[in-house]
Design a protein around this ligand. Structure first.
Ligand code: F6P
Length: 551
């Protein structure tokens, strides 16, 4: 594979960076009164403002040239067209087919996958309706109203984030819980809150072999069987979502209660598939399909819009600009919505498991450029009272995304106006900063002495020039959430193409799993071992000693 760093467009960006690196966004605004109009786009109810970036029209032209040189359009068509672009696993990448709301077929190896996708959606609709109408009952005849989703990674983070984000759309009487961690506190605390008679467990696992999920599922199964003293209760209280239908049957799940999907759905892209069953049960199938509709509108936008107006392409190329030319290491996700408090955690898997790679598609070690950024964040305004200090005055450049709904679901007093004012103020402060002159003038007005001013003023200076994008949308509803998630999914895809990596495998999770298997066996007794490095031996033996004594 040709390294992107050898493309003329990359080299032109390096040269351009030399002229841009000392520019200040404040000056760019002064030079161009149309800057907001020039660098903002509207997609349905989402306004995307990217004018507070260290860019000019030339920057964007060069970034788009890089996208073109990387054959982005060709790769996009390969993905949507069902080609096996996940080369290391020899799989197609078709989460977009799951939300293909058109009547157009989508082929994998000559077979249209759409009829099966629609069948699964019908099955999900039937099941959720039965449950909501209280026609689906548990072992003792009580309707099932507590839903415990047992899964991890993509089989947890997407459904948990969406269900949380769409709390106002919850079906009355249904209470979802999410159990992911192997730490027994997670399952035990969930089980404390539910009654076996009214609880449905969804075992969500693409492979149905993931240790954490299977261990939690077996603990839940034992809890249920103990409660009823009857194995046959499992068939009423457990459903499974998986590609591994033989393993689900072995677990004792009734064939009618198995919801399947295909291996061309990556775990972290699977909330649109039957993995979204917990979402559908929590908010209803109509709302779940609105989520799909929202994502589909972004798929169409991404596929059909020239780079210049293409929001995911612009998001991705801005990320490339900062990571590869300014050396930014991280990217902050700052939603001004408490309902989006799991959004950053969700995007961590989506982005970091996809683009945290060090070899290119051909297996050659990447040299000369960095790949996926560290993704992190928390909702505002909480983050403002925690880590924003570093974004404003630290020594690192941290590009950030602000996301905010224009309308609250509650509209209580001034809450929402205050929330919005903070969101808008933060991106303004990051961009503009506050100069020494401004600080000194302020301090004089506030009555500080000359000595105090001299001492304190440097600490109060904000350099500004900190880049951010802002996404404003009408209300956090299923359609808009679907759009937001799909925007980020395609942003991740585009960056993977530019870096020449396979964004759809995840070998980096394997080594730890293997070593844990060995250590699990070694932790069985107190006999000291010496089979690892000295640090790991020391730690294992320390744990082992706790078997004999109370440490
Ligand atoms: O170990 C990583 C991973 O494979 C993720 O990619 C995936 O989302 C998660 O584990 C859960 O996998 P599964 O759905 O097969 O249980």
């Amino acid at each position: 594979m040709t390294s992107p760093a050898s493309f003329p467009a990359w080299k032109a960006l390096l040269t351009h960076h030399q002229t841009m690196k000392n520019s200040h966004i404040r000056d760019l605004f002064e030079q161009d009164s149309d800057r907001f109009k020039r660098f903002s786009l509207q997609l349905d109810d989402i306004l995307f403002d990217y004018s507070k970036h260290r860019i000019t029209e030339e920057t964007m032209t060069l970034l788009f040239a890089l996208a073109k040189a990387s054959e982005l359009t060709g790769w996009t068509e390969k993905m949507f067209g069902g080609e096996r672009i996940n080369s290391a696993e020899n799989r197609a990448v078709l989460h977009t087919a799951l939300r293909n709301r058109s009547s157009k077929p989508v082929y994998v190896d000559g077979n249209d996958v759409m009829p099966e996708i629609r069948q699964t959606l019908d099955k999900m609709r039937n099941f959720t309706q039965h449950l909501h109408n209280r026609e689906y009952q548990g072992f003792t005849g009580e309707p099932l109203t507590n839903i415990v989703n047992i899964g991890i990674g993509g089989s947890d983070l997407g459904p948990a984030m969406v269900t949380r984000a769409l709390t106002p759309y919850r079906i009355q009487g249904i209470q979802p819980y999410f159990v992911s961690n192997i730490d027994d506190s997670h399952i035990m605390e969930a089980l404390k809150q539910v009654r076996p008679e009214t609880t449905l467990f969804i075992v969500a696992s693409k492979t149905f072999t993931t240790q954490e999920t299977m261990t939690n599922a077996h603990t839940a199964r034992r809890w249920l069987v103990n409660a009823f003293g009857n194995e046959s209760a499992v068939a009423r209280h457990f459903v499974a979502v998986s590609t591994n239908t033989s393993a689900t049957a072995e677990f004792g799940i009734h064939p009618d209660n198995i919801f399947s999907f295909r291996d061309w759905v990556g775990g972290r892209y699977s909330l649109w598939s039957a993995i979204g069953l917990s979402i559908a049960i929590s908010i209803g199938m109509d709302a779940f399909e609105e989520l799909l509709d929202g994502a589909f509108s972004v798929d169409c936008h991404f596929r059909d819009t020239p780079y210049e107006n293409n929001i995911p392409v612009i998001m991705a190329m801005l990320g490339i600009w900062y990571a590869n030319f300014f050396g930014a290491e991280t990217h902050a996700i700052l939603p001004y919505s408490q309902y989006l408090d799991r959004f950053a955690a969700y995007l961590q898997q989506a982005d970091m498991e996809s683009n945290g790679k060090r070899t290119d598609r051909d297996g050659i070690i990447i040299n000369g450029y960095t790949t996926g950024p560290v993704i992190w964040g928390e909702p505002g305004t909480n983050g403002q009272h925690a880590f924003y200090q570093l974004i404003h005055q630290g020594t690192r450049l941290i590009p950030a995304d602000f996301l905010a709904p224009l309308h609250s679901h509650h509209d209580i007093g001034d809450h929402h106006r205050i929330l919005l004012s903070h969101c808008l103020a933060q991106s303004e402060a990051l961009m503009k900063g506050k100069s020494l002159n401004e600080v000194v003038t302020d301090m004089k007005h506030s009555g500080y002495s000359e000595t105090q001013t001299q001492q304190i003023a440097p600490h109060k200076v904000f350099p500004g020039n900190r880049s951010s994008s802002t996404f404003l949308f009408s209300k956090l509803n299923p359609r808009t959430l679907g759009r937001l998630i799909a925007l980020y999914e395609h942003k991740i895809f585009v960056q993977g193409i530019i870096w020449g990596i396979n964004s759809f495998d995840q070998w980096g999770v394997e080594l730890g799993k293997q070593l844990a298997g060995k250590i699990f066996n070694e932790l069985v007794d107190a006999k000291p071992i010496n089979t690892h490095d000295p640090s790991t031996n020391g730690l294992i033996n320390y744990c082992k000693r706790s078997k004999d004594t109370t440490i």
